[in-house]
Design a binder for this molecule. Structure first.
Ligand code: ZN
Length: 323
């Protein structure tokens, strides 16, 4: 058993949301002042996996049982004064727990590397804080499950921070600001990144591709994060080996996504949503997750002609509304 807690400083406290906080060991190694306010947080899982986030300098690292220790997780253990032999022992111990899923994950990583689908680890913004009530209320109003590792920040404006992960490592983030000012979002996104691969079940046959991060979180889909799908994103989506259904936002920009999906030979779903329901998250807010997924599956089209017809129908509807 790998018990990360035994390596933590003696002075620590447990929070209600499952974080164990202690003075962060990372900041001094990254040009920041020594943390004295217990702003390092680790969230352990029952199986021995854990994720770490520093609420002072923004350093993040995580460890998944059955996988090799990542570079950033090794660094963190070093900074916690874990001896090198002990770090190697943890790594070996972890690999003893390698499961079929872990092996498949590794095979996927090799495939990805060959196809150049790799992202560098990134930190979250330095002023990131644990999710607070304002953030929770916002996410619940959008009918999202709070089991995703959301964070909060106040500077320069209050907002919910959504880490972008790939293979359970943080590789970017987006912040959705909660005031009414623009821009609504700021993002740290790497080229070719697709949000939501970590939300997919190992045995799922299909994957739903949407535009926005909240749409993807609503139904465990993938988000391409804008109204286009670039070639690197196509490679990543194809590498999952699943049947792809694209669900565009029902607006003009969304129709570009439809053209792209047709070009790629992917199926498209444009459910018959009433005015005011423009995207998947709007639909989930109104009808819930299950009903929304059912309407998406029912409206799924593979025929190019039928997709074109449906698109024309939608465009005509908007013209009538605007006329
Ligand atoms: Zn730090």
């Amino acid at each position: 058993m790998i018990d990360v807690i035994s390596f933590l400083p003696g002075k620590r406290k447990q929070t209600a949301s499952g974080w164990i906080s202690f003075n962060a060991p990372c900041c001094v190694h990254r040009g920041d002042n020594q943390d004295k306010r217990q702003r390092g947080g680790i969230k352990p899982s029952p199986d021995g996996s854990w994720s770490y986030h520093c609420f002072n300098c923004g350093y993040t690292a995580s460890f998944v049982l059955g996988r090799n220790l990542t570079f950033k997780a090794r660094k963190l253990l070093e900074w916690l004064n874990v001896p090198q032999e002990e770090i190697e022992r943890i790594n070996l111990e972890s690999l003893k727990h390698k499961s079929i899923e872990g092996l498949l994950g590794e095979r996927q990583e090799i495939v990805n590397r060959l196809q150049n689908i790799e992202f560098e680890d990134r930190d979250l913004p330095a002023d990131t804080q644990p999710l607070n009530q304002a953030g929770q209320a916002y996410l619940l109003s959008r009918r999202l499950h709070l089991d995703y590792p959301f964070f909060y920040k106040t500077m320069p404006r209050p907002g919910v921070v959504i880490p972008f992960t790939h293979n359970n490592q943080v590789v970017g983030h987006t912040t959705r600001f909660l005031d009414d000012r623009t821009p609504k979002y700021i993002q740290d996104i790497q080229p070719g990144y697709v949000f939501g691969t970590d939300l997919q079940g190992a045995d799922w046959q299909r994957v739903i591709v949407v535009e926005g991060v909240f749409d993807a979180l609503s139904i465990s889909g993938l988000a391409v994060l804008h109204a286009e799908i670039n070639d690197a994103q196509v490679r990543l989506i194809r590498s999952l080996g699943r049947d792809v259904i694209v669900v565009p936002d029902q607006d003009e920009a969304g129709m570009r996504l439809v053209d792209r999906a047709v070009e790629l030979g992917w199926s498209v779903s444009m459910p018959n949503w009433p005015a005011g329901v423009k995207d998947v998250n709007d639909a989930v807010i109104r009808w819930g997750r299950m009903a929304t997924v059912i309407t998406i599956m029912q409206a799924r089209e593979t025929s190019k002609i039928k997709i074109e017809l449906r698109k024309k129908q939608l465009v005509k509807q908007w013209k009538n509304i605007n006329a």
